[in-house]
Design a protein around this ligand. Structure first.
Ligand SMILES: Cc1cc2nc3c(=O)[nH]c(=O)nc-3n(C[C@H](O)[C@H](O)[C@H](O)COP(=O)(O)OP(=O)(O)OC[C@H]3O[C@@H](n4cnc5c(N)ncnc54)[C@H](O)[C@@H]3O)c2cc1C
Length: 415
């Protein structure tokens, strides 16, 4: 009898797993079924990379693994076995989708279309894999085989891959069902939090972020909780009506605890990270000497966008002050607003808006060389269902791809 493989969730990880099973199966006697609750698979995938799908990041796996926070060591074997170069080869040679490299080693399909990526994956598996759309999985039990109860009836499988995602961006279908199924099998689930998420400012700070809405710049962003710095990163930030977003802000958001009540949580922005406080102060003193008849706002607009310079100097009380009248106290206030700008955080990042979920199935309970559950033989877990989250830049889809490859290889080795 052929081996029946059920893939629960037809998102990025589930579709990649179906592709790898097809690719590696050769003459193996297997039946592959993808169960997807939405009317069409890969809804979240079609939104990736602002609709362009940043499929991977062309960094060496030894560097790449550092982009997955605490999960770096867990994911490393998967990245070594099926890394970015393998993903690019798979897209170009198997799917026929040419790729291109953009800044920071990010890889996109030349067609710039995430919908085309999804459609091509579905088309690639169409001759080997049954895709049951609208098949919401309600529960999974294990007797002699895995019994899967769906909105479209009961099915049995010898092997099951759980790929129903995390609980971020739930409107795409990933509503935390993976956790429900896996807890049912005795797995530990680390509570889900938003990662790669925008940060909402409190009413007071939102006055500034709204005034600068749409402006982006390079900054150092530090997270403070109960007056202690708990994380810091550098990169692009974007001011928005509600608060802050942009890659650096979204990256640090995963460090904001689920409950920030009473923590006086804020982001401190250094808008001129290329200089220390002392260097910037010396630079100012020099400029003041050279340009006594110039407004301070215009002097600092040499380092930051003019709109930001205007708001910052207004906050420092120096909007109308000319360099020649700029006192030591004025300099101190300007330094505070420019290099220690405080944006109070209103609430923990919402899972509704987070691109990725932090939390998920405990990695201690999953074999990192096969993605098989250490508790339930024949049960595999891949994608965001796992407690793995990467930074922005193609790392999360690469994780899905590498994990899908290991699971497919391990399943086929049982044949
Ligand atoms: C707006 C946005 C942009 C992004 N851009 C990028 C990017 O450019 N590059 C990158 O690397 N990462 C990106 N990500 C992250 C990436 O999309 C995710 O990490 C990835 O999709 C996770 O794959 P997954 O298969 O684990 O989960 P999902 O893609 O969420 O798929 C899970 C699937 O399971 C289905 N499902 C859930 N429950 C059930 C059930 N009970 N029965 C049946 N089916 C079920 C869901 O409907 C869904 O289709 C982005 C995310 C978002 C939200």
């Amino acid at each position: 009898m052929s081996m029946r493989i059920g893939i629960i969730g037809g998102g990025a990880a589930g579709l990649f797993a179906a592709c790898q099973l097809k690719r590696l199966s050769g003459s193996s006697d297997i039946e592959i079924t993808v169960l997807e609750k939405n009317p069409v698979p890969g809804k979240k995938l079609t939104l990736t990379g602002h609709g362009r799908c940043n499929i991977t990041n062309r960094k060496d796996p030894s560097v790449l693994k550092n982009c997955y926070h605490e999960a770096g060591n867990f994911i490393y074997p998967a990245l070594k076995e099926f890394g970015p170069e393998d993903t690019i080869r798979f897209f170009e040679n198997d799917l026929g989708l040419k790729t291109k490299e953009e800044d920071n080693n990010r890889i996109f399909p030349v067609c710039d279309s995430a919908v085309t990526v999804r459609d091509t994956l579905v088309s690639y598996i169409s001759d080997h894999v049954k895709v049951l759309s609208g098949a919401n999985v309600l529960d999974i039990k294990k007797g002699d085989a895995f019994e899967v109860n769906t909105a479209k009836g009961r099915l049995e499988f010898d092997t099951v891959i759980i790929s129903c995602g995390g609980s971020s961006f739930p409107k795409t279908g990933s509503e935390g069902d993976s956790y429900k199924f896996l807890e049912g099998f005795g797995h530990t689930v680390i509570p889900a939090r938003g990662a790669l998420a925008p940060v909402k400012a409190d009413t007071e700070s939102a006055v500034l972020t709204k005034a600068l809405s749409g402006v982006s710049l390079e900054a150092k962003v530090s997270l403070y909780l109960s007056d202690r710095q708990s994380a810091s990163t550098k990169g692009e930030i974007l001011f928005a009506d509600f608060g802050l977003t942009g890659p650096a802000v979204m990256e640090i958001a995963r460090e904001i605890p689920a409950d920030i009540t009473g923590m006086n949580a804020y982001l401190e922005l250094d808008l001129i990270p290329s200089m220390s406080d002392e260097e910037f102060d010396r630079e100012l003193i020099g400029l003041i000497g050279e340009h006594p008849d110039t407004k301070i706002t215009n002097l600092i607009a040499r380092y930051i966008p003019a709109s930001v310079a205007g708001e910052i100097s207004a906050r420092a009380g120096s909007a109308d002050i000319y360099a020649q009248g700029f006192s030591k106290e004025n300099r101190r206030k300007l330094l505070r607003e420019t290099k220690h700008l405080k944006i109070n955080i209103a609430e923990a990042p919402s899972l509704d808006k987070a691109y990725v979920t932090r939390g998920g199935v405990s990695l201690k309970e999953v074999d990192r060389k096969t993605m098989q559950s250490k508790l339930v033989p024949g049960l595999y877990i891949i994608g965001e269902a796992l407690d793995v989250d990467g930074i922005s830049g193609g790392f999360n889809l690469q994780a899905c791809m590498s994990e899908a490859y290991l699971a497919a290889k391990s399943i086929l080795s049982m044949q």
